[in-house]
Design a protein around this ligand. Structure first.
Ligand SMILES: [Zn+2]
Length: 107
């Protein structure tokens, strides 16, 4: 199927990129409280906290956008977006393709 529309190398690459973007998203969400505590230890001022929050929101917007525009390699739709709804789940919201379907033995 080299000449067909299905390209296994691109398929695996797209799924890996989608998993990496999901990792960035969850890492950004989870690092807020530790970053807040570290910043509080260094400089417990409202200005420092506000600056950290502003930086975190900008990074969160960027990683959420990257996760949202990830396309499903099977159906071609956005993997995590259905209509206006963004759901960072493990399956494609359109064709139910699992995020690790390239590594699961029964797929
Ligand atoms: Zn899909």
């Amino acid at each position: 199927m080299v000449n067909g529309p299905f390209d296994p190398v691109a398929y695996v690459g797209i799924l890996k990129r989608t998993r990496r973007r999901r990792l960035y998203f969850f890492a950004t969400v989870l690092m807020y409280i530790p970053a807040l505590l570290i910043t509080y230890q260094i400089s417990p001022t409202n200005r420092a906290m506000g600056t950290l929050f502003g930086i975190w929101v900008v990074v969160l917007i960027i990683v959420t956008f990257l996760a949202a525009v990830s396309r499903c390699p099977r159906c071609g739709n956005y993997f995590h977006v259905h209509g206006l709804t963004l759901l960072i789940l493990r399956k494609c919201l359109h064709c139910q393709l699992h995020i690790s379907s390239d590594t699961l033995p029964n797929s």
